[in-house]
Write a protein that binds this ligand. Structure first.
Ligand code: F6P
Length: 323
């Protein structure tokens, strides 16, 4: 391997910069030239490719976002787009890639590899959603849950003062990992996730019981992708059946995606970035590097994308048990 390309794609996640830094510095130390591909697959198609040296990743470890920027490319979903991307890589003599992203990024990488098997691609899990199989934690998740936790702590103060029920929507279009952890960490009264069918009646009963037992403020955490709807929708449905309570809705949104990565995040991102380069040096391709029980693991991209980690039922039961 003489030249390596690195890119971030899909939703950005805190820790991506730490990962880029690790990729660049590991590769340079091994005598490999490194190129940054900006704006993910979109930039690859346009040939937005820049050489990277030690200085280009100085002082970025602590920054949220991604210095390489990110995008969700529609053009890369087409055969023509991928052919253009392949040609741009060939122009630069890049045959090895580190792809930092989530399921969309890895799905793109799998198709790309099927069409151009002469390429080598190793994925690094970078998404706040933690919804990839083959790693206990994805880059971005720890920071996102800490950001959400602090925001919900603030909401609890005002919820208590005014005896209100708050519906707090957290990110997670297809997965409830952010919702579940933040619910436990903030002592929420209920959590609604896409992985568990939501019963509005059950939720109303819980809130009614709280109300009748002088617990006049409650926090309900709603994952963005819950089957019963978003936080506004759920609040409306509950209010119809329990009009005596006062309700407010907060959507935390993209504040969960930004911010300086936690210590755990920076360490994980650095480890996985370094391991991705090592995996390519060993001749691996079509895999994602992850960390399971503190050990580095390689998982085929297909498996990482298709077999999401399961929600821990014990953790889910804990929410209502401890509320
Ligand atoms: O990166 C994952 C994620 O944050 C999801 O939880 C969320 O649904 C989605 O991205 C939102 O993405 P965007 O704002 O880029 O459309």
């Amino acid at each position: 391997m003489k030249k390596l390309g690195v890119f971030t794609s899909g939703g950005d996640a805190p820790g991506m910069n730490a990962c880029i830094r690790a990729v660049v510095r590991t590769a340079l130390k091994a005598g490999i030239e490194v190129y940054g591909i900006r704006r993910g697959y979109a930039g690859m198609i346009e040939g937005d490719i820049i050489p990277m040296d030690r200085q280009s990743v100085s002082n970025i470890l602590q920054l949220g976002g991604t210095i390489l920027r990110s995008a969700r490319s529609q053009a890369f979903r087409t055969e023509e787009g991928r052919a253009r991307a392949r040609a741009k890589l060939a122009e630069q003599g890049i045959s090895h890639l580190v792809a930092i992203g989530g399921d969309g990024t890895f799905t793109g990488a799998r198709i790309f590899l099927k069409e151009y098997p002469e390429l080598s691609i190793v994925g690094v899990p970078g998404t706040i959603d933690n919804d990839l199989y083959g790693t206990d934690f994805t880059i971005g998740y720890d920071t996102a849950i800490n950001t959400a936790m602090r925001a919900i702590d603030n909401i609890k103060d005002t919820a208590n003062s005014h005896d209100r029920v708050f519906f707090v929507e957290v990110m997670g279009r297809d997965a409830g990992f952010i919702a579940l952890r933040t619910a436990i960490a903030t002592g929420a009264e209920a959590v609604l996730l896409p992985e568990a069918p939501t019963s509005i009646e059950g939720l109303v009963n819980t809130l009614r019981w709280n109300y009748e037992h002088k617990k006049t403020s409650s926090i309900v955490i709603v994952a963005e992708g819950d089957d019963a709807g978003g936080a506004f929708d759920i609040a409306r449905q509950v209010k119809e059946q329990l009009p005596e309570c006062a309700y407010r809705v907060t959507v935390l949104g993209h504040i969960q995606r930004g911010g300086s990565p936690t210590c755990q995040e920076r360490v994980l991102a650095s480890q996985l970035g370094m391991e991705a380069v090592r995996a390519l040096q060993e001749g691996s391709s079509g895999i994602m590097v992850g960390q399971v029980c503190q050990k580095i693991t390689y998982t085929p991209l297909e498996k990482a994308v298709k077999h999401h980690n399961q929600i821990d039922k014990n953790l889910l039961n804990m929410v209502s048990l401890l509320a």
